[in-house]
Design a protein around this ligand. Structure first.
Ligand code: OKP
Ligand code: ZN
Length: 365
């Protein structure tokens, strides 16, 4: 399997975050991608490829995020330091609490300083913006786009099973139209979905209709950002399995099913704490049935392995064997599939667990 990876992903390295009220070392650390890369390098079935530097990453990011949010991410650190902020990182102090939904519809006041902006474009305390954050966030998008480009070149829409891994870091599924949070700055999977639609205009009906894409989110946490981005869009089906009543807390209930033209194009599968392999895979089969019914041209998998039994910030009980079965089950969709890396914080096993999913998929018959 082809794996796309960009070394700039390692640059973002905030020293701390606030987790459960404690100042702790940053869980979403560069050792995560280093470990995954090391594991896949030493496995004969993977080829690690550099990203395509010729891609216009910002142009594609603009299909998902607002111009003012993208400009904020680019300028936030310098503006913060110029304002006398701590040189470690931009850290919000107070949140614009109505910004959790469609922040871009609200008016930004021109007079807002760096600290006010920090709380307007962010929803939690896990996203310090360092001098290198913007560079890594763009590298992560470039990784998703490079992988999407390779997938579409080798497998046209609706082709049978083939898979590529976008080894993205930082992750993306919590990032909304104009919000960072949950270690996420830019929504890599969403930007890749739009990219696949843009390079493959649907010819089915002869109209300018968008190609149908499904995003299956199997990270432990609900992908509130991805859900928000496509909530009213019937061309991108969003299906998520995640822990009920855990972070990010306010989204991911079964009753959220989309709105407007996007009604019934969002499906949430909240699962109880302690969910193990069998319970998880039974629910995954229901999620896969929803995806099958929608007959997508491409499947994107937001892949988190923080569902693992030993994950330090999560509460599911999946095992290595469970990850192989998950990969096998996804393969049964029989579609070109882009795996996009999201969470997973047990450093010792993260590489092996990612490998198990991908090999489960690749070797499935
Ligand atoms: C990102 B991804 C829980 C605090 C959680 C942020 C977690 C972000 C997870 N008490 N802090 O979905 O893996
Ligand atoms: Zn997660």
């Amino acid at each position: 399997m082809k794996v796309f990876y960009d070394e700039d992903s390692l640059l973002h390295n905030p020293p701390y975050e606030i987790l459960d009220g404690h100042l702790v070392h940053y869980y979403e650390s560069p050792s995560r991608p280093q470990t995954i890369k090391h594991e896949l390098e030493n496995a004969p079935s993977f080829t690690i490829l550099p990203t395509n530097k010729a891609l216009d990453v910002l142009k594609h990011a603009r299909q998902v995020h607002t111009g003012d949010y993208l400009q904020y991410l680019e300028t936030a650190y310098a503006a913060w330091v110029a304002d006398g902020g701590d040189k470690t990182a931009v850290m919000p102090e107070r949140f614009h609490i109505r910004s959790c939904f469609r922040a871009h519809r609200l008016q930004t006041r021109g007079a807002w300083g760096a600290i006010a902006r920090a709380g307007f474009y962010c929803f939690d305390l896990s996203c310090p913006i360092t001098a290198d954050t913007h560079k890594s966030a763009l590298a992560s998008v470039r990784t998703a786009l490079s992988a999407a480009e390779a997938l579409s070149a080798s497998s046209p829409p609706y082709s049978p099973k083939s898979g590529i891994f976008a080894h993205c870091r930082p992750p993306g599924h919590h990032a909304g139209t104009a919000l960072c949070g949950g270690y996420c700055f830019l929504n890599n999977a969403s930007i890749a979905a739009r990219f696949l639609q843009d390079i493959n205009p649907s010819t089915d009906t002869g109209t300018a209709q968008k190609l149908p894409i499904a995003i299956l989110d199997i990270d432990y946490h609900h992908g509130n950002g991805t859900q928000e981005i496509f909530y009213e869009d019937p061309s991108v089906l969003y299906v998520s399995l995640h822990a009920q009543n855990d972070y990010p807390y306010y989204t991911g209930s079964k009753s959220e099913t989309g709105a407007g033209a996007g009604l019934s194009y969002t499906y949430n599968h909240p699962l109880p704490r302690g969910t193990a392999d069998d319970g998880y895979i039974a629910e995954l089969q229901r999620a896969l049935d929803e995806i099958r019914t929608s007959a997508p041209a491409y499947v994107l998998v937001s892949l988190g392995v923080d569902t693992y039994i030993d994950d330090p910030i999560s509460d599911f009980k999946l095992t290595r064997a469970g990850y192989t079965r998950i990969g096998q089950a996804i393969a049964q969709l029989n579609r070109p599939t882009l795996f996009v890396m999201e969470g997973g914080y047990h450093i010792e096993t993260i590489g092996k667990n990612v490998r198990a999913v991908l090999e489960g998929f690749e070797l499935a018959t």
